[in-house]
Ligand binder design. Structure first.
Ligand code: COA
Length: 415
């Protein structure tokens, strides 16, 4: 029985900072960001969006046309958790209206948790082919202002519906994994920004890639030439180039030149260049970008590498299904990424510095331009989420952060 991806949808906030603006303020040649890191824009999250609202938008879109009664489980992968106990998946479950028989929980292993969820989902669907599982990865990649990591900031969510007889990609449950206890990137509970040893994290990524690949080859008997295209975890898109050339050094056939190798990763980088890092979802944004490109991928095998600092690497893959094109949400994604509002550097810094109160005091957000859901505020230590009326969509420009406004009429109250 085939199992794999039935639907995939991404969501990215409606504001972005062009890295040329960041480069100008930091006194750095913009080519370092555009070419050296391979990033052009970074998504900027307004105060009334968080991992829950972003995930809800992605899940709602991925589930379009699918009977909610068939959804057995919703897994939310994140390293930007909003609560130590309650799973962010529960809020998403309610916002999109999943049935109470559907389980909902949260997963964590840095940027690898999305793939951990997909592997668990494949096993579940193998056992119960009539059921579907939604895996959503939602994150806000946040580094300190002025740090080397800052240009690799980003945000968004990507949701995958895993089912039997998949319409997009049949995934193989045979994977190669590598786990080691290293400190290349982490975020203690008392910090809002990640701590990262950037250059070390690149070396560990490459080691995890090589080790996962070796385990994958041993497990599957497949080799480099069995794969037409490769999607990598993309903290910044040039990481794919570093990873792929590293892998090719000892596994690609002799005579395969640099251009041919770069061709294998090119189409998977387009979207990530515009969103920035999505942490747990980044490899699936890369896959979406590849599937929604001009490439003809039917019956072609795609290799997928997920890397989560700390660290765990997973290499696996899948075969793109005949007729996949008509099941993509290409136009929606193109419009979403194309119609965002550019933010001047000053507004980005204001938004960056804005944070929810840490002392439990009441807080109501202003209305920014958001998707179908927003974080209205916090009251009695509880986050208040609401669906956005389409006719009430907020203006596209960004009002001042931290000013108070009345809660919307459609705030969802708890039973
Ligand atoms: N034009 C074109 N390229 C330029 C340039 C210019 N004017 N100036 C520099 N570059 C190139 C550098 O040569 C380098 O390329 P290389 O990797 O091929 O050597 C690249 O831009 C990055 O420059 P570098 O000086 O190495 O960057 P940095 O010290 O500012 O840090 C990271 C880069 C990735 C380490 C940093 O952004 C970071 O810590 N990111 C977060 C962690 C992360 O993403 N880790 C990845 C694994 S999960």
């Amino acid at each position: 029985m085939k199992v794999g991806i039935e639907a995939i949808s991404i969501y990215s906030p409606r504001y972005y900072l062009d890295l040329k603006s960041l480069a100008a303020v930091r006194g750095i040649d913009a080519e370092k960001y555009y070419k050296g890191l391979g990033q052009e824009r970074m998504a900027v999250v307004p105060p009334d969006e968080d991992i829950v609202t972003m995930a809800a938008n992605a899940v709602e879109s991925a589930l379009e046309g699918i009977d909610f009664r068939s959804v057995d489980t919703l897994m939310l992968a994140t390293e930007s958790g909003i609560d130590q106990s309650k799973a962010a998946a529960i809020y998403v479950h309610r916002l999109v209206g999943l049935p109470s028989t559907c389980k909902a929980y949260e997963l964590k292993q840095a940027c690898c948790a999305g793939t951990a969820g997909v592997l668990a989902a494949l096993a579940l669907v193998q056992q119960h082919p009539q059921k579907k599982v939604v895996v959503v990865a939602s994150d806000i990649a946040r580094y300190g202002l002025g740090t080397p990591g800052e240009p690799t900031t980003g945000a968004g969510a990507v949701a995958l519906v895993i089912s039997a007889d998949p319409k997009l990609v049949e995934l193989s449950p045979d994977v190669g994994a590598y786990t080691a206890d290293v400190m290349d990137f982490w975020r203690p509970n008392y910090m809002d920004e990640a701590l990262v040893d950037g250059k070390y994290s690149i070396r560990v990524y490459l080691k995890a890639l090589a080790e996962s690949w070796n385990a994958y080859v041993k497990e599957t008997g497949l080799d480099f030439t069995d794969h037409y295209r490769f999607c990598y975890h993309l903290p910044f898109t040039r990481m794919a180039e570093k990873g792929h050339l590293h892998l090719a050094k000892y596994s690609a056939p002799e005579g395969m030149g640099r251009e041919a190798l770069l061709e294998q990763i090119y189409s998977a980088q387009r979207y990530n260049r515009l969103t920035g890092n999505l942490y747990a979802g980044s490899v699936y944004v890369a896959l979406t970008s590849l599937l929604e490109s001009q490439e003809k991928l039917e019956n072609k095998r795609v290799g997928l590498f997920s890397y989560g600092s700390g660290c765990m690497g997973i290499f696996y893959g899948g075969v793109v299904q005949p007729g996949y094109k008509k099941h993509l949400k290409e136009e929606k994604h193109r419009q979403m990424l194309g119609n965002r509002t550019e933010m001047p550097y000053g507004d980005y810094e204001v938004m960056y510095k804005n944070s929810l109160p840490k002392d439990g005091s009441e807080y109501m957000n202003n209305h920014y331009h958001v998707g179908n859901y927003r974080l209205a505020g916090v009251k009695d230590h509880k986050r208040i989420y609401e669906a956005v009326e389409r006719e009430e969509q907020a203006p596209r420009s960004a009002p001042a952060v931290n000013s108070r406004s009345a809660p919307s009429k459609r705030s969802v109250s708890y039973p």
